[in-house]
Design a protein around this ligand. Structure first.
Ligand SMILES: Nc1nc2c(ncn2[C@@H]2O[C@H](COP(=O)(O)OP(=O)(O)OP(=O)(O)O)[C@@H](O)[C@H]2O)c(=O)[nH]1
Ligand SMILES: [Mg+2]
Length: 434
C-alpha cells in the first residue's frame, strides 16, 4: 500500500504528461498560465516529460467530471494525439471526479496534490521524512481506494476483475488506517528523540529560514555557515531541516535552520505530517522569510508562505506573531531600477544575493539588531538549594556569571524576552533586568 496510484514505470521510457488548468470567471488567464508553468516544473521534477497543456474556460466546476463531459471528450482526443499516459490537473479533483475522468481517458489522472506527494516521496531520505510522506500519502489515498481498484482492474482487464465489493474496500480501509496509526506512533518516537536534542538549544537564539521552494534557502544557509547542503534548481531539494551555528558580526551566536520549501496548494496532509520538521519554524525566535525576487510572481509567493506559516503555527503560538524579517534574494538577477522600486515598496526588507554574497553583511547586521532587541540581561536570584529553579535558569539563560551569597545563588544571564515569564514561574526566583 505504499504508493497506491500513479507508480511510474522504473527505468521505462519517461512518462508523457499532459497538463490541464481551469479558468473560472473572475480569474486571469495569465495567472493560470503561470500556475501551469509551475505545474510543469513540478511534473519535470517528478521525472515526467510534459508534452502539452490546455486551459479550459468554464463558468463553473462540474461536479462529476470537473471540466464537463464535452471537455473530457476533447481531452481524450488530445491525450490520444499526444500519446499521453498521464494527465495532471492543476486543481484538486475529488475522488469521484478523478475516477470519472480516468474511466473515459483510460490513462492515469492525478492532481497537483498527488504530484507534490509523489515528489516528496522521491525526495525523502531520512526515516523521519519517509514516514511523514507515507502518512500524508495514505491519508490522501484513503477516500480514493475504489479508484485504485479501478486502476488494477483496468490493468488486469476482462470480466471478473471489475473491482472489489464493499467488504473488500472496508478491509482495505481498515488496513490503511492501521498503517497510519503505526507510522504515527513511530513518528512520535522519533519526534521525542529530536525534542530531547533540541532542549539543549533552547537558550540559543533560533532563526528559521522559510520561503517558497527554490527561493534560495539552502544557498543562504550554506553562505552563512559555510556548509554544503544540496542546493539545486529542482523543486523541493530540501525535505529535512538542517541547523547550523552562526556568529553575528558583534560575536553573538545564533542557530540557523533551513527547512522545506512551501508552494501554492501544498497538500494539507503534508503540512500536517511535516509538523515535526516544521517545528523549527514554529519555535523560531525570528523567521527569515526568503523571497526570490527574480520570479515575476514573488508577491503571490509571499502570500502563500505567510499562509503556510499561519497554518504551521495554528494552535501553538497562534495568537503570537513570530518576528519576521523579509529577505529579498536573487537581487543579482534583476535590474537596478527594479531593485530601487523594491526598496521603496519593502522598506523594512533586506536585499541580498545568497549566491554572490551581496548584502549578506547588511543581513547579518540587521539580524544582530533584532537579537539585541530580543535578548536582555538579567540578574536572577535563586534559593541555593532549589535544584529545579537552578536547572531552569541554566537551561533558559545564557549564564555569564554565577555567585553564591549566603543561601542565595545569583546568576547574571542573557535571556530571551519571551522566556522571562518562564523564569518567574519557578520557585523562589527574583528577576531583575539590568
Ligand atoms: N542568481 C542567483 N541564484 C540563486 C541565488 N540564491 C540561490 N540561487 C539558486 O537558486 C536555486 C535554488 O536554490 P536553493 O538554495 O536550492 O533553494 P531552496 O529554497 O533551498 O529550495 P528547496 O529546498 O527546493 O525548497 C539554485 O540553483 C541556487 O543556485 C541568488 O542569490 N542568485
Ligand atoms: Mg533547500
Amino acid at each position: 500500500m505504499k504508493r497506491p496510484h500513479y507508480t511510474p514505470p522504473t527505468g521505462a521510457p519517461e512518462e508523457r504528461a499532459f497538463l490541464v488548468g481551469i479558468l473560472l470567471p473572475g480569474k486571469r488567464r495569465e495567472d493560470e498560465e503561470n500556475n501551469l508553468r509551475e505545474l510543469e516544473l513540478l511534473a519535470r521534477t517528478a521525472g515526467a516529460d510534459v508534452v502539452g497543456s490546455a486551459i479550459q474556460s468554464r463558468t463553473r466546476i462540474d461536479g462529476s467530471t470537473f471540466i464537463g463531459g464535452g471537455k473530457v471528450e476533447e481531452l481524450a482526443r488530445e491525450a490520444y494525439d499526444h500519446q499521453v499516459n498521464l494527465v495532471i490537473f492543476d486543481d484538486d479533483l475529488s475522488p469521484a471526479q478523478a475516477r470519472n475522468i480516468e474511466n473515459r481517458l483510460e490513462v492515469n489522472v492525478i492532481d497537483r496534490s498527488e504530484l507534490i506527494l509523489d515528489i516528496f516521496a522521491r525526495r525523502a531520505r531520512t526515516k523521519q521524512a519517509r514516514i511523514q510522506v507515507e502518512i500524508a500519502q495514505l491519508k490522501y489515498a484513503l477516500p480514493r481506494l475504489r479508484r485504485l481498484w479501478d486502476h488494477l482492474s483496468r490493468q488486469a482487464g476482462g470480466i471478473g476483475t471489475r473491482g472489489p465489493g464493499e467488504t473488500q474496500l472496508e478491509v482495505d480501509r481498515r488496513r490503511v488506517r492501521e498503517r497510519v496509526a503505526k507510522l504515527s506512533k513511530e513518528l512520535d518516537r522519533i519526534d521525542r528523540r529530536v525534542k530531547e536534542r533540541r532542549k539543549q538549544r533552547s537558550s540559543m537564539f533560533n532563526i528559521a529560514i522559510a520561503g517558497y521552494t527554490n527561493a534560495g534557502k539552502s544557498t543562504l544557509l550554506n553562505r552563512l555557515s559555510g556548509s554544503k547542503i544540496l542546493q539545486s534548481q529542482r523543486l523541493f531539494s530540501t525535505l529535512d531541516s538542517t541547523t547550523r551555528k552562526v556568529e553575528s558580526p558583534s560575536g553573538k551566536t545564533f542557530l540557523l535552520t533551513d527547512t522545506i520549501g512551501f508552494i501554492r496548494k501544498l497538500p494539507p496532509h503534508l503540512v500536517d505530517s511535516f509538523r515535526a520538521t516544521l517545528r523549527d519554524v514554529r519555535e523560531a525566535d525570528l523567521i527569515l522569510h526568503l523571497v526570490d525576487v527574480s520570479d515575476e510572481r514573488f508577491e503571490d509567493h509571499i502570500e502563500v508562505v505567510n499562509g503556510v506559516i499561519g497554518e504551521v503555527l495554528g494552535g501553538e503560538r497562534a495568537d503570537e506573531e513570530i518576528p519576521t524579517l523579509l529577505v529579498l534574494n536573487k537581487s543579482d538577477l534583476i535590474e537596478d531600477n527594479a531593485l530601487k522600486s523594491l526598496r521603496g515598496r519593502y522598506a523594512e526588507a533586506v536585499q541580498i544575493s545568497a549566491s554572490s554574497g551581496d548584502g549578506i553583511s547588511d543581513l547579518l547586521e540587521t539580524v544582530d539588531g533584532r537579537m539585541e532587541r530580543d535578548i536582555v540581561q538579567a540578574v536572577v536570584d535563586v534559593e541555593a538549594g532549589d535544584g529545579k529553579a537552578i536547572d531552569t535558569v541554566e537551561k533558559i539563560g545564557d549564564v555569564l556569571e554565577r555567585t553564591v551569597e549566603g543561601t542565595r545563588m545569583i546568576f547574571h544571564i542573557r535571556v530571551k524576552k519571551r522566556d522571562l515569564a518562564a523564569l518567574e514561574n519557578v520557585g523562589e526566583v527574583r528577576v531583575q533586568l539590568v
